[in-house]
Design a protein around this ligand. Structure first.
Ligand code: SF4
Length: 294
């Protein structure tokens, strides 16, 4: 393997001999494969979303709810053949879709695996579930292979993105990547059962004390994308034992959440997905202590 410049970190690691900044080694490491019931209803449906959690992350937020796998090192090695077989097994189990979580460090292998699986009969939609911190060029390599993009748009403020994700350039990078995603798949399309078949859904996790930046994220969305863009406003932020620093040491308030929802509607976004605030529980965060191989 040569120096890796796959993601905006462009750290140049030779992953055949060392970890990248994302924690990834040469081949994909998969922490968990499961039928996920707690994604948005149009993703999880009744039978679950066939979710592949990749180990390692090129963004590495301090508040990550999947922190046990964020730094890599947990899971089993899956080459492109093994990934393709896993997708097909999930389809066989009834998954509504294949949901690739934090695949950015492995996008080359993912492209190969999707081509293999589709040639072997994979027909369910492919969901690319991303932090938003992706090179637009990498997203272009997924064109025709991914049906649904599910990126985060976390921040506009470079101060916040630097402080919480060590990525002062997050907003400009995510904006370019998400525009490319929308160019490929357009707005969200649901089938007669209310399940997603194609399109873009942006997730925004509201952080405590950061509602001003949430409003700026919504401004960016309406400035760059159609008002019909689906935006999932997530209230589930839960302080972890390692997030003791201000302002991340509490859940968001109902007032903070309601004000962000009202603002989204006021700027013309009309496909807003909201959560019950009791979703702010670790119950909905998969545990990664026992990797499952299928
Ligand atoms: S994907 Fe990982 S190894 Fe490659 S540039 Fe990004 S951080 Fe570095």
């Amino acid at each position: 393997m040569e120096a890796c410049f796959l993601c905006p970190r462009k750290c140049g690691a030779d992953r055949s001999i060392q970890h990248g900044l994302c924690g990834a080694e040469a081949l994909p490491l998969v922490a968990k494969i499961m039928l996920h019931q707690w994604e948005e209803p149009f993703i999880s449906g009744t039978r679950g979303s066939g979710t592949v959690f990749f180990s390692g992350c090129n963004l590495g937020c301090v508040f990550c709810q999947n922190h046990t796998i964020r730094d890599g090192g947990i899971g089993d090695v899956y080459d492109a053949d093994a990934l393709a077989a896993a997708y097909l097994a999930l389809q066989q189990q009834g998954a509504h879709n294949i949901n690739l979580v934090t695949a950015a460090p492995y996008v080359t292998d993912v492209v190969q695996s999707l081509r293999l699986a589709k040639a072997q009969g994979l027909t369910i939609p492919i969901v690319y579930n991303s932090s938003g911190y992706e090179c637009a060029e990498a997203i272009r390599s997924l064109e025709g292979l991914v049906d649904i993009y599910l990126p985060d748009w976390k921040y506009v403020s470079p101060l916040l993105s630097k402080k919480f994700s060590n990525a002062a350039d997050y907003a400009e990078v995510a904006s370019a990547a998400i525009s490319e995603m929308h160019r490929q798949v357009g707005d969200l399309v649901l089938d007669e059962d209310g399940l997603a078949t194609r399109g873009l859904v942006i997730r925004h996790l509201i952080l405590p004390g950061c509602a001003d930046d949430s409003r700026k994220v919504l401004d960016e969305i309406v400035n760059r994308l159609p008002a019909a863009t689906h935006v999932s406003l997530m209230s589930q932020y839960t302080p972890q034992v390692y997030t003791t620093e201000f302002p991340l040491n509490r859940r968001i308030t109902q007032r903070e959440y309601d004000r962000v929802i009202s603002y989204a509607l006021s700027v013309g976004l009309h496909n807003i997905l909201i959560q019950e605030r009791d979703s702010a529980q670790s119950l909905y965060t998969p545990q990664f202590t026992k990797p499952i191989k299928i």
